[in-house]
Design a protein around this ligand. Structure first.
Ligand code: SF4
Length: 379
């Protein structure tokens, strides 16, 4: 049995004062974003999905473009998935875009484009969890549903000196109880936004601005001078280094692009070049030949290295070396990882929706508007 002592839920006096201080601060200092102030559940929903794992300032141009092209549920439901992915390109976590599109189709088909007003119904839609359902319902309809996400969780952990890491399921249950206890029934949408804004702009993960905090006098971490100790850290994530080869295959006129399967673990439905991990001690040229063979069944002749890019995906740091290779035979047999293959000139390939790393590989080809026509030498 754990001996960790959990903070009590706040008293009535605390709750009243906290709401008052927070509201006054938010009305004066909140940042202006295009999704602030709207009561349109569709616009709030789109913003909430885009804001997952992504900074608000990054989201703004994507949100504006998306809303211009798809101003309501009907427009999104009737769009082609390719167009949705294109507008999402660069925002990352593409499964969000696919789920948004699928959920819009269900909302249009089963609810006539209206949003059901209970979280249990909203959470049946793809990509909508408890947080998103509560955020949409509280902000669009002022329904009293609390929210807990990274920013508000950090605020609560410090405010009440929570003794365990945020990832613990017990802490998660406690956080939702705290959020519910603090939530005012008359302005839940504004309250939810205010706590998240406090976490995003004042109660920062590193070096919080306690001297500017409206609730500093109520904050236990601050009063104990132990702000740096909260939230209690989890054990550090181990990053694994991975070496990959991407094979940019051409037939003398066109390049080969593959479209990922819709159930791919990452970047579903986006376009890419054939790529995979290098086997231990495998020479790069051999890896390029093997990967092309395994993913496309083509026999290719690697000619030269185009360069290397590095990027991080979840707990992997990937070092991807790009090899240019020619193919004589154009008949592609796809592996289960991909759903389509196209041979196209570079300018047409650029119009597809690519994952961010493979868009970077495309830029390596900027000096090759057409595939190299010189005789290919196998290395
Ligand atoms: S006083 Fe500091 S640690 Fe406490 S809630 Fe405010 S910003 Fe966060």
């Amino acid at each position: 049995m754990s001996l960790v002592c959990y903070p009590q839920l706040p008293s009535d006096t605390f709750v009243t004062r906290f709401r008052c201080l927070l509201k006054r601060w938010f009305m004066r200092y909140h940042r202006d974003f295009p999704w602030r102030g709207t009561r349109d559940p569709y616009a709030i929903w789109v913003s909430e999905i885009m804001l997952q794992q992504t900074r608000a300032t990054t989201v703004v141009p994507y949100y504006q473009r998306f809303l211009r092209r798809f101003p309501n549920v009907q427009a999104l439901a009737q769009a082609r998935v390719e167009e949705v992915l294109q507008l999402w390109q660069g925002l990352g976590y593409y499964r969000r875009a696919l789920a948004l599109h699928e959920a819009a189709r269900i909302l249009w088909r089963e609810y006539g484009g209206q949003f059901p007003r209970h979280p249990d119904l909203l959470q049946r839609l793809p990509g909508i969890g408890r947080y998103t359902a509560h955020a949409v319902l509280s902000q669009a309809f002022d329904l009293p549903w609390p929210v807990v996400e990274a920013n508000s969780a950090r605020v609560y952990a410090r405010l009440f000196a929570c003794p365990e890491p945020l990832t613990s399921s017990r802490v998660q249950r406690w956080l939702w109880q705290v959020a519910k206890r603090l939530l005012p029934s008359r302005w839940p949408g504004l309250f939810n936004q205010a706590v998240m804004e406090l976490g995003a702009t004042v109660c920062l993960p590193q070096q919080p601005r306690c001297d500017q905090c409206p609730v500093a006098t109520r904050c236990q971490a601050y009063r104990q001078r132990r702000v740096a100790d909260y939230p209690v850290p989890t054990s550090p994530r181990i990053i694994r280094e991975v070496a990959e080869v991407a094979v940019l295959i051409h037939d003398g006129n066109r390049w080969l692009a593959l479209q990922r399967a819709p159930d791919a673990d990452r970047w579903p439905c986006l376009w890419e070049f054939p790529h995979a991990e290098i086997a231990p001690r495998e020479p790069l040229v051999d890896a390029a030949r093997r990967i092309a063979q395994e993913l496309t069944s083509l026999c290719v002749a690697p000619s030269h290295c185009l360069g290397q890019i590095c990027f991080t995906v979840t707990r992997f740091r990937i070092h991807m070396t790009a090899w240019c290779a020619s193919a004589q035979d154009l008949e592609v047999a796809l592996s289960p990882l991909h759903q389509a293959a196209r041979w196209l000139p570079l300018r047409q390939l650029r119009r597809f929706a690519w994952s961010t790393p493979h868009r970077r590989l495309l830029t390596l080809l900027d000096n090759w508007p057409e595939p190299p026509r010189s005789p290919i030498t196998s290395t």
